[in-house]
Ligand binder design. Sequence first.
Ligand code: DGY
Length: 341
Amino acid sequence: MNTPTNTSTSHSKPKILVARAIFPEALAKLEESYEVHSNQSDKILTPEELQKALSGVEGALVAGSERIDAAALAQAKNLKVVANISVGYNNFDVPAITAAGVMATNTPDVLTDTTADFGFALLMATARRITESEHWVRAGKWDQWSIVNNPLGMDLHHSTVGIIGMGRIGQGIAKRALGFGMKVIYHNRSHLSDADEKACGATYVSKEELLRTADHVVLVLPYTAQNHHTIGAAEIAMMKPTATLINIARGGIVDDAALAHALQSGKIFAAGLDVFEGEPQVHPELLKCSNIVLAPHIASATEKTRRAMVDLAVENLRAALDGKKPPSLINGEVLEGKKQA
Ligand code: DGY
């Protein structure tokens, strides 16, 4: 049984849960104000362990690994806030959290540029076959420079990038693409303002037009039930055989089995994935593909940004426990409800 340990001493302080390992300095700072029950082992809590761990605390720092729903909250009678250390919050059942009168927060903005950098890096690595080439060199297969018999990639410069999901990170990728002389098209739930479109040099198109015309398709949309398998066999069939597909959004946005089949049968040129259905498991057919770059969900993983994410989550938690509005509150209705009560 993985039970978070009480790493602070006083019992008069509010109790909080830190459900995943965080930077020691951040933990030490929390211990000055709170009785901290911390899972520094970083072994993911089972749903039963999570329910128990939430039962006695007023605040919780969690991440995508913790599903916060009615079952998790069933015993959490004192809980005021669940602070996600992540911008995406598909691990939250927001209506259930709101119904329980608990504030839910996330960590937007602080990871935008780091994540956009990574999306662009993954795009470059995929189009120019960088990891595949490295494996080739390490395997001793490079015996001579060749005009045609070395890994030949696809250009980024002056190509068309199609971004699906044009929030902060999508716009960050668009701005990077402009530096490469790329044409930027996008598809999103809503159009950007004229000013934002201009800043990104981006043109709104239908999803179908994007899939048919983009040389590189980059996915940056949030995961919701409606967005499940936004890219499946039918969508891949619309893409150019020379196109690349990049997923830095969430597992489940792409049908990984369909993608593996498409990569194996040359329906598209290559893919770069930072997120997977059922991660950390990776579909075994994807592992067999050479025309793929695989990364372990690290788009926001620089030390500076991970520290900033933890700091923002802590700021959210502190505000909520101090009776203030957290800076990145997701469910403002909870406060409205409290005002009316
Ligand atoms: C995010 O912040 O959403 C990252 O993907 C980490 O989960």
